[in-house]
Ligand binder design. Sequence first.
Ligand code: SDX
Length: 393
Amino acid sequence: KGGVFTYDPGFTSTAACDSTITFIDGDKGELLHRGYPIDQLAEKSHFLEVCFLLLYGELPSAAELEDFEARVTRHTMVHEQMHNFFRGFRRDAHPMATLVGVVGAMSAFYHDSTDINDDWQREVAAIRLIAKLPTIASMAFKYSIGQPFVYPRNDLDYAANFLHMCFSVPAEKYEVDPILARAMDRIFTLHADHEQNASTSTVRLASSSGANPFACIAAGIACLWGPAHGGANQACLEMLEEIGTVDRIPEYIARAKDKDDPFRLMGFGHRVYKNFDPRAKVMKQSADEVLDLLGIEDNPKLQVAKELEKQALNDPYFAEKKLFPNVDFYSGIILEAMGFPTSMFTPIFALARTVGWISQWKEQISDPKLKIGRPRQLYKGETLRDYVDIENR
Ligand code: SDX
């Protein structure tokens, strides 16, 4: 309870913690945020309203939403001195490496002003992280392509601001396409929180020791980077690129089924979903819409993705193992069509998931019964034995 990983005598893990934030029914393919289904939130809400819901438990009134959006907007700039951190990275560093480093460095900037036992300071840390992650992610992108950083603008909404910081250049006017901004916002919403996934559990474990919240989020970013987790969106697009044409799909499906082949279908399968990931359904619709609106009709990767999904879902192996497309299967196609390189896919996942990590961090540290997370193990090593001097070995 309360974030401690406990094992019953049978060593089958029991619940890692109590939570009221997100509910997943893996068999039904259902995902609720504070009781609201993800497909309704993706269609009717928008990311900052979902942030409010995750953080405070209820949908905001118009006045509450206006105040919340104003508070986030006012914190989107980073301390000017933080620009120096980027200079320490190689230009060709993966933006996730930069994100881990710079977000971790925020704990050096805000360490003294973050007493996690103080409600107000917890609130400020939460707002600062939600507000600044898009700015830092866009700076990591700009740094990797040798372009100047672009400051946030208070007249743009959250998603439009991020696109503006990523794609505008001082040399010419850049107008954010409202359709892309809407698609970007929906991608943020679909990635906002997901119960006790690996990176969220990392944040909870780090926060259970009372660590600085910025350092805890940096730990979550590091965990998300892995190709089995948040890095799957980049790995999935690279897989679709490698497959190239639909006639090569059977070869890759055979490899995915081969026990001796480490290859996995990226964007397929899930620890919890044994049915369709509801986010993948919304993402697939979005992919069709965005590519259509961008006039990218016959996108070869989308064609391969749809045919791969069809063949895999008709294959007894995937049916038996209950493997379905997950949130990462279609997201990369949209992000690439928007102009992002594959290296920016996981940073986008990280900036969207920050509100989920922070909401779960707040829930974790506000539990008065909080104990430090201390997972146990199933010891399978040597039993007790005496030391042997080297001459007798
Ligand atoms: C995310 O936890 C979350 O909520 C994460 C996430 C979130 O929002 O935070 O949803 C985001 O991380 C989604 C997952 C992204 N990762 C990928 O798409 C990478 C490809 N997928 C796999 O690596 C895999 O599906 C995992 C890691 C996601 C889950 O693997 P598990 O733990 O092995 O899943 P499982 O137990 O259900 O697998 C059942 C069987 C196993 O074979 P057996 O041991 O029974 O012989 O299916 C096999 C697996 O080896 N299998 C696959 C497969 N995924 C699982 N075989 C081929 N291709 C795959 N993609």
